[in-house]
Design a protein around this ligand. Structure first.
Ligand code: TYD
Length: 207
């Protein structure tokens, strides 16, 4: 049986990830390509419950290590409940954020270090590595200007611009290190970015 491909999307807040995922879904639907679109943290019943704890704006006293472990815990549950079964049934799995988010947010921006994050995510990194990771490459200061500021109020969005610039710096390091991560420039219109993403997926033999 042919196993499906696993692709992940990464980017800073305001990078237009949700819009791009919607446009890509519409395209895949039109083309009749079997896929699922899922997200982290969440994407399965238990993982969604963990998501609520992580993002709850009242949990401001959560320590960085706890946060990192909760993301890692939600990730394993989501892999087993949602991602692996879909891959085994031959579907293309598109995941909104994955391990690279933990490396950039908790490893780099929170300052826990990428080694620490890699260690607590070793199962996911070793056994469930994406075939391709699409990085929407726009720095948060530019993205926030475009969107007139972040529009959500969860615990992560409440972090200031400095934090989000560190996240971006983390992503740039990952981009240098892992050839599976491909940057897509997204300074143009949403339709231009969508076309760039489709071209990339075709070029890499994903679709
Ligand atoms: P979400 O509302 O899904 O944000 P976005 O639309 O930007 O993807 O919330 C997910 C938040 O969790 C987001 O701020 C990024 C953060 N995050 C981490 O810090 N580490 C992780 O491992 C993951 C998966 C997400």
């Amino acid at each position: 049986m042919v196993k499906g491909k696993f692709i992940t999307f990464e980017g800073c807040e305001g990078s237009g990830k949700s819009t791009q995922l919607r446009l890509l879904s519409e395209y895949l639907g039109k083309e009749g390509i079997p896929y699922i679109l899922t997200r982290e943290p969440g994407g399965s019943s238990i993982a969604e419950q963990i998501r609520k704890i992580i993002l709850d704006g009242r949990n401001m006293e959560m320590c960085d290590e706890c946060e990192a472990h909760l993301y890692a815990a939600a990730r394993m549950q989501h892999l087993k409940d949602t991602v692996v079964p879909a891959l085994e049934s031959g579907k293309l799995v598109i995941c909104d954020r994955y391990v690279d988010s933990s490396l950039a947010y908790q490893g780099e921006a929170r300052g826990l270090g990428m080694e620490y994050i890699a260690a607590i995510n070793s199962q996911a990194i070793t056994n469930y590595s994406p075939d391709l990771t699409v990085f929407l490459n726009i720095p948060p200061d530019k993205a926030f200007k475009r969107k007139h500021g972040a529009d959500k109020n969860d615990r992560m969005e409440k972090q200031g611009l400095d934090f989000h610039m560190k996240v971006y710096g983390g992503y740039l390091k990952l981009l240098q290190k892992y050839p599976r991560i491909c940057a897509v420039e997204c300074g143009g219109t949403k339709f231009e970015t969508n076309a760039n993403i489709i071209a990339l997926l075709k070029d890499k033999g994903i679709i």
